[in-house]
Design a protein around this ligand. Structure first.
Ligand code: GCW
Length: 674
C-alpha cells in the first residue's frame, strides 16, 4: 500500500483489507486500523468549524456552508454537529481528490433526501439474504457484550457519504428482533452510530403479536394487537430514544400482513404508524407485492396501492423498488412512482448485485439508479421525474423525502465481496445526498479516494466502470428481456427453469415460442401494463415503432424475424447485442491489465480473477439463452459471433447448488475459453 490513509473512508476500508491476507474475515482488533482511525478523528476536533448561533434556514439540520472568514481561513458553518461533520468529510473529500481549490468559492451543501437509508437483509443467524460479502456484519450472539471495531468503521464510512439511517435486519423479518434480548443488542449499535448521525430502524414481522405474545391474531384493527404494538414501541423507545422506525414487507412472498385478516395495507401501516408517531418514528411500507395468479406481475403494485392513495398516515412512506418487477439489470421505472398524489413515496434501489453477477461481476450501478431517478413520470406534466416525485416536489410534500438502498455489505475483508463493489455503496450515499451528481463525478471521486489520483489509472478505470452496467444488460438480458435467471441464487442463466409458481419461472417473462419472444404488455393484445404510464409514455411504449429498443421485449412480443432499426432481424440483433456484451466484458480484463502498476498485487489479482470470470459468465449467458431460444426460432448464431462452447443439454444439466445467502465460488462455474 503506497497511499497514505485518509478520511475518504473508502481508502481506509480498502487499506484495512490489505492488512490481512485472503478473503477471510477482517481482523477483529483495532491495531491494524490505527492509522486511518487516527487520521479520521483529527479533523472532527479541528478549529475550522463553527456552530451557528442563529439558525440558518438554508442549511437546515444537516447542511453546511464552507467559506473563508476574515482571516482568510476556510471555515465550515452549520446549525448542527451533524452539519459540521458532513462539512468536514466534504472538505477531506476535496482534499483527497485534489480539489481544495474549489473552496475558493463559497460552498453550500444540503442533502436532497431527508431519510438516506441502508437496508440490510441480514438474519439473526448471520446469513445475509442476497448477500455476497460473507456473513452479517452484526454479530448478534456476541452483542451486547462484545463490540467489534467494524461497527464504528461502518458508521464512519456511512457518515462520510451522508447515510443517516440503517435498517439492521432482513425484510423477511425474524420476530425475535423485537424481543427485549435483541433490543438490548440493537441499542449497542444505535449508541455507536448516534455520534455519526445515523439512526437505527428495524424490519418487523407483522405476525409478531402472535409469535411473541401468543395473541390469537395479528389483526391490525384488534384492540389487543394495537395495545401490544403500542407497548412494544414504548419499550423500544425506552431503550433507544431516537429509534428511527420500521420497515415492513407485508403480504409479499409468504410474509404475513394485514390482508391475512381482510384488512388493507393502509390499515396495517397506519396501526404501526400511530404507535411510533408520538416518538417521531416513521414506517416504510414496501410496495413489493405480487400474487402468483396475476397475469402480469409488473402491474400489481399499482393495482394494490393506487386505490389506497390518501389513506396512509403522514409518517408512512411507501417504499417502491426502482422497477415494476424486481431489480433486473434494466427495467422501466415502476409506474407507481407516478400514480400516487396524497401518499409519501420513496425509491428502493438494490446495491447488492442479486441480478447483476453477485460480487463476482464488476458492475457500477449508479447509471442504473440515475436512469430511474431521472425518468419522467409525466404525472403533473413534464419534469415530474422519479427524483422529483420521491423528493416530494411534485405534490409539495417534501418533509418526508426518502431513499433506500439494499446493501452489499458483509463481514468479508473488503466489505462488499468485490474490491470494486464498494463503489456502489459509496455511490448510493452520494446519490442520496445529491441525486444530480453524475455517474462520472461519483466514480472519479471514489477511485481517487480509494486508489490514486493519477489520471493514467483513474481515466481508464472510470471508463471501464461507467460502461459496466450497460455491458451487463447486454450479456444477461438485452433488448428488454428480463428474469431469465436460474432459480439457484439468481446467479447465471436458467431460461428453462421450472418452479412451484408460474411467476417464478423465466418462461413467464421471456415467453419464447415459435411465434417469437417478449412479454406483450400493450393495450390491444397484451396485459395493458402500458396504461399505468402517463402520456406520452403510454403511447411511446405501446407502439412498437416508438418503443425504445432497449425495452422492446419488456413491452412487446415480437416475431424472431422482426426488423429492428439496425436492419437486422430480432434474432440477429439479440445475437449481436450479446456479442457486444461479451466483447466489452473481455475488454474490461485488458483495461485492468493496463493499470496493473498502479494497484497493489493483492487487489490487482482479486479483481483480475473476477473480471476473467465475468467475461466467461457473459459467454455462458449468451450460450444458455440463445441455444435455448434457438429451439423456437430455428435460426443460426451468426458466424462472426463467438460460437457456443457448450451444448444446450450440457448447460441444462449443470447445477449450481447455492442458497439465497451465497455467491458461487469462481471454480464451481462452467468452464469457458475466452
Ligand atoms: O428479489 C426478491 C428476492 C428476495 C427478497 C425480495 C424482496 C428479501 O429474491 O430474496 O427478499 O425480493 O425484496 O422482498
Amino acid at each position: 500500500m503506497t497511499r497514505k490513509l485518509t478520511l475518504g473512508l473508502f481508502v481506509a476500508l480498502l487499506a484495512m483489507g490489505m492488512q490481512s491476507c485472503g478473503d477471510g474475515p477482517r481482523p477483529a482488533n483495532k491495531s491494524g486500523h490505527d492509522l486511518w482511525l487516527g487520521d479520521i478523528t483529527v479533523p472532527v476536533n479541528a478549529p475550522y468549524k463553527e456552530l451557528l448561533t442563529q439558525y440558518d434556514k438554508e442549511l437546515g439540520d444537516e447542511g453546511f456552508r464552507i467559506k473563508h472568514n476574515d482571516k482568510g481561513l476556510a471555515v465550515i458553518y452549520a446549525n448542527t454537529e451533524a452539519g459540521l461533520m458532513y462539512g468536514t468529510y466534504h472538505m477531506k473529500r476535496l482534499g483527497e481528490c485534489g480539489e481544495l481549490s474549489k473552496m475558493n468559492d463559497e460552498i453550500v451543501e444540503v442533502p436532497a433526501y431527508k431519510y438516506r437509508i441502508l437496508n440490510h437483509w441480514d438474519n439473526p443467524n448471520l446469513t445475509v439474504e442476497r448477500g455476497y460479502a460473507g456473513k452479517s456484519l452484526w454479530k448478534w450472539s456476541e452483542l451486547p457484550g462484545k463490540i467489534r471495531p467494524e461497527y464504528e468503521e461502518y458508521a464512519r464510512a456511512n457518515a462520510s457519504i451522508g447515510i443517516n439511517g440503517t435498517v439492521l435486519n432482513n425484510v423477511n423479518a425474524d420476530p425475535c428482533m423485537l424481543t427485549r434480548e435483541y433490543l438490548e443488542k440493537v441499542k449497542v449499535l444505535a449508541d455507536i452510530f448516534r455520534p455519526y448521525n445515523i439512526k437505527v430502524y428495524l424490519s418487523l414481522n407483522f405476525a409478531a403479536p402472535k409469535h411473541l405474545a401468543n395473541l390469537k391474531t395479528s389483526d391490525p384493527l384488534d384492540k389487543d394487537v394495537i395495545k401490544w404494538w403500542n407497548d412494544k414501541v414504548a419499550e423500544i423507545y425506552s431503550i433507544i430514544p431516537d429509534f428511527g422506525g420500521f420497515l415492513v414487507k407485508a403480504n409479499s412472498e409468504g410474509q404475513s400482513g394485514p390482508q391475512d385478516y381482510g384488512r388493507t395495507h393502509a390499515d396495517g401501516a397506519n396501526m404501526i404508524a400511530d404507535a411510533v408517531k408520538p416518538y417521531g418514528g416513521i414506517v416504510m411500507w414496501r410496495a413489493f407485492v405480487y400474487a402468483a395468479e396475476s397475469p402480469d406481475r409488473a402491474k400489481q403494485a399499482v393495482e394494490e396501492f393506487k386505490p389506497l392513495d390518501g389513506q396512509f398516515r403522514d409518517n408512512v412512506i411507501i417504499q417502491i423498488k426502482n422497477g415494476p418487477v424486481d431489480f433486473q439489470p434494466r427495467e422501466p421505472f415502476s409506474p407507481l412512482f407516478g400514480q400516487l398524489e396524497h401518499t409519501n413515496i420513496m425509491a428502493e434501489m438494490q446495491i447488492t448485485q442479486e441480478y447483476l453477477g453477485h460480487s463476482n461481476h464488476m458492475v457500477y450501478l449508479h447509471p442504473m439508479w440515475k436512469e430511474c431517478l431521472d425518468a419522467d413520470t409525466y404525472q403533473k406534466g413534464k419534469g415530474s421525474t422519479v427524483a422529483a416525485e420521491t423528493l416530494g416536489k411534485v405534490h409539495g410534500n417534501t418533509a418526508m423525502s426518502a431513499i433506500a438502498g439494499v446493501t452489499n455489505i458483509g463481514d468479508s475483508v473488503n466489505w462488499c465481496g468485490h474490491q470494486l463493489a464498494q463503489a456502489n455503496w459509496y455511490a448510493f450515499g452520494r446519490m442520496a445526498w445529491n441525486p444530480d451528481l453524475s455517474s462520472e463525478q461519483i466514480i472519479d471521486e471514489w477511485l481517487k479516494q480509494t486508489f490514486t489520483i493519477n489520471k493514467k489509472f483513474v481515466e481508464p478505470v472510470a471508463k471501464m466502470m461507467l460502461a459496466s452496467r450497460e455491458a451487463c444488460v447486454k450479456y444477461e438480458m438485452p433488448l428488454g428481456l428480463h428474469h431469465c435467471f436460474s432459480g439457484a441464487g439468481h446467479y447465471g442463466p436458467g431460461p428453462w427453469d421450472r418452479s412451484s409458481r408460474p411467476d417464478w419461472e423465466p418462461a413467464y417473462y421471456h415467453k419464447a415460442a415459435a411465434d417469437g419472444i417478449g412479454f406483450d404488455r400493450t393495450s390491444k393484445t397484451g396485459t395493458d401494463a402500458v396504461s399505468q404510464y402517463h402520456e406520452p409514455l403510454r403511447s411511446l411504449y405501446d407502439n412498437v415503432e416508438t418503443c425504445p429498443e432497449n425495452l422492446i421485449l419488456w413491452f412487446h412480443h415480437l416475431p424472431w424475424d422482426f426488423k429492428m432499426k439496425s436492419g437486422r432481424t430480432l434474432w440477429n440483433e439479440l445475437c449481436y447485442t450479446f456479442q457486444e456484451g461479451i466483447d466489452e466484458a473481455r475488454g474490461f480484463i485488458y483495461t485492468w491489465e493496463s493499470v496493473e502498476s498502479f494497484v497493489d498485487p493483492q487487489r490487482y489479482g482479486q479483481v483480475h480473477d473476477k473480471l476473467v470470470r465475468q467475461a466467461k459468465d457473459a459467454i455462458w449467458w449468451r450460450d444458455a439463452l440463445m441455444l435455448y431460444f434457438q429451439q423456437y426460432s430455428n435460426m443460426e448464431i451468426p458466424a462472426d459471433c463467438t460460437q457456443p462452447q457448450h451444448t444446450l443439454d450440457e448447460l441444462r444439466r449443470f447445477r449450481l447448488r447455492i442458497s439465497n445467502y451465497e455467491t458461487p465460488a469462481l471454480d464451481k462455474l462452467p468452464e469457458y475459453n475466452l
